[in-house]
Design a protein around this ligand. Structure first.
Ligand code: CA
Length: 309
């Protein structure tokens, strides 16, 4: 069937279109579509735009006419062929067994239209991470994202991490040689972001105080890395052996949970050296605040020692 005189359409190059072809509802069909883009009477690769095999009723194609190799503003033939699924079609000039061939007319116009900006996004409120997907039409060539928190990106599909709770207005400006447009949406996040720290003497037997920047969490779990845990916002812990420990704090707040880790190095016992009046020395270890200590006395000259312990 030749519909090329009566069924004509005009499409814009480098613009996405969806082509739906409906075949009968009794049998699966194969559908093939060609567009004679460069109008030279010969099929080049890229001029067959659809091969839809063994489908019942609805054959769908998303396609974008290319910017090169297309004769513009000229009636071009689009040939649609369908065939019973058991028969393969390899050429638009082929005879069909049970199928049908139809011709239509397509004109292509150049894309001289500014983009129509649009985007979608997914976000994780707990982590503050938002992933943006460009949906702009009319062939943008550059993108400028403003995330609403003084950060920006020039990527087409950026990710961004918000570090503070809030509702942010995100703006995308999509541009090409013919102009630009913008689109905005708001992103709301409530990220559970915190830091941890430790103060004290990093020696065996000494109290180390562990703190976090986040208050108001519903639960806190400190893992000191030596098999000991604590469940308070601020925790005090002393290590019994020298070494390097990975300390982790997990905080639960609302429906969000997050963890932070830090590595600390704990040295051996503190030695305290004192100088006595008679110019002798003694040292006290491992920990003057433990229940028992060792006192080592080195005498520089023979003299009488008395201890008050
Ligand atoms: Ca051709």
């Amino acid at each position: 069937m030749d519909f090329s005189c009566t069924n004509q359409t005009t499409l814009t190059v480098s613009t996405k279109y969806t082509l739906n072809i409906t075949t009968n509802y009794l049998y699966n069909e194969n559908v093939y579509v060609w567009i004679y883009y460069n109008n030279d009477g010969v099929l080049q690769s890229g001029e067959q735009i659809m091969t839809s095999l063994n489908i019942l009723t609805t054959h769908t194609l998303n396609f974008t006419p290319p910017t090169s190799g297309v004769v513009l503003n000229t009636p071009l033939r689009m040939r649609v062929m369908d065939e019973y699924y058991a028969y393969t079609v390899t050429s638009p000039c082929q005879n069909l067994n049970y199928g049908q061939s139809e011709d239509y007319t397509v004109r292509f116009q150049p894309n001289i239209i500014a983009p129509n900006a649009n985007f979608s996004f997914t976000s994780n409120s707990c982590s503050g991470i938002a992933n943006f997907s460009d949906l702009s039409t009319n062939n943008p060539t550059s993108w400028l994202w403003n995330f609403g928190d003084s950060n920006a990106s020039g990527s087409q599909n950026p990710s961004h991490t918000y570090t503070a709770s809030g509702t942010y207005t995100v703006t995308l400006i999509a541009s090409n040689a013919y102009g630009s447009s913008f689109y905005t949406q708001t992103v709301t996040v409530n990220p559970l972001v915190f830091s941890i720290g430790a103060t004290g003497a990093f020696n065996v037997g000494q109290n180390i105080t562990f703190t976090t920047s986040l208050t108001g969490g519903s639960s806190y779990v400190w893992n000191f890395g030596d098999g000991v845990f604590a469940g308070s916002q601020t925790a005090i812990h002393s290590y019994t052996a020298a070494g390097t420990y990975t300390v982790q704090l997990t905080i639960l707040s609302g429906s969000c949970a997050n963890s932070q880790t830090m590595v600390i190095t704990v040295a051996g016992p503190l030695n305290v050296a004192l100088t006595m009046k008679n110019n002798s020395e003694f040292s006290v270890f491992p920990n003057p605040f433990n229940e028992s200590v060792n006192i080592k006395i080195a005498l520089k000259s023979s003299s009488k020692i008395s201890s008050g312990l």
